[in-house]
Design a protein around this ligand. Structure first.
Ligand code: ATR
Length: 281
């Protein structure tokens, strides 16, 4: 049995965090790769993120994952931001650097792109509709455009947030980007990604069913079934997936940043899927 003090310690910090699957995912990665580490959940008080993370790292913690609602605060806390985290203004992975500081990364978008490669192998040149313009959408927009998307339409309940995100993407050098509202979105899409938090309250974004008919639909929220996946199936989507693959993918990329080894995602995804139910298309 390993002494807990002899292994490198990692943690996910959030509020609430009790139901986080990250400890199970990282334990599975550690077993698969033979890395010795521990990974725990830490619930930070809503006004105590900085203090909680600083204490954990000062006490020997080697890295931190950040989840709701602290990803934006984490971006302000770290000394340096990797490019995607800087664009997203959100950090999900904190990595120590050699100078004794901390770098903020955002592996959510690359995790989504990794999952798209699993679900739609080799897909490129996709016309993508991104629903939502909050932190979750900001984290995936540029990686989608760097990856399988040829064009990106961002539709949001609050139209000004969608047009502002589209404008930021254009300023960052991305072409073929538009921002619009749910009722003004038009076009024919290959892929529709739900990055809104509507599903957390059991809702779905109020878009026309025509927009998803024949499209592959991806819900960044995970669950055995999600309201958006159910709605998309009824609306005639070509395929649906929840965000469990993205969750495991972003964790694999965080593990690689910390340990220098990229775990094999599919066996761990299958293991975690068995715990929560549903299927991986
Ligand atoms: P997150 O970090 O999860 O993206 P956020 O920044 O608060 O959180 O953004 C939540 C996103 O979900 C926003 O795009 C929000 O739309 P608004 O910008 O109009 O607030 C969207 N959202 C939340 N509840 C929604 C609902 N019931 N229907 C549609 N969109 C919703």
């Amino acid at each position: 049995m390993l002494d807990r003090n002899e292994v490198d310690r990692y943690a996910v910090v959030g509020n609430p965090v009790a139901h986080s699957l990250s400890p199970a995912i990282h334990a599975a990665f550690a077993k698969q790769t033979g890395e010795s580490l521990s990974y725990e959940r830490i619930e930070a008080p809503l006004d105590g993120f900085a203090r909680t993370v600083a204490d954990f790292l000062a006490g020997g913690g080697r890295g931190v994952n950040v989840t709701v609602p602290f990803k934006g605060e984490a971006a302000s806390w770290v000394g340096k931001l990797e490019a995607n985290a800087a664009f997203a203004e959100a950090v999900n992975t904190i990595v120590p650097d050699e100078a004794g500081g901390y770098v903020g990364h955002n592996t959510d978008g690359p995790g989504l792109v990794m999952d798209m490669e699993r679900l739609l192998p080799g897909a490129t040149g996709l016309s993508v509709l991104l629903l939502g313009a909050g932190g979750a959408a900001r984290g995936v927009a540029a990686p989608l455009l760097d990856g399988p998307a040829r064009s990106l339409t961002i539709a949001n309940r609050t139209v000004s947030r969608a047009t502002a995100l589209a404008e930021r993407l254009r300023k960052a050098g991305y072409g073929s980007v538009a921002g619009t509202g749910f009722d003004t979105a038009t076009g024919s899409f290959d892929l529709v990604v739900n990055a809104t938090s509507a599903g957390l309250a059991g809702g779905v974004p109020s878009i026309a069913p025509d927009l998803v008919r024949g499209a592959y639909c991806y819900d960044m929220v995970y669950g055995a079934t999600t309201p958006f996946c159910r709605w998309a199936a009824e609306a005639g989507a070509a395929g649906m997936a929840d965000g469990l693959g993205m969750l495991v993918g972003q964790a694999a990329l965080a593990f690689e940043l910390w340990r220098g080894v990229l775990p094999d995602v599919p066996p761990v995804l299958a293991q975690i899927r068995a715990r929560i139910g549903g299927s991986d298309a």
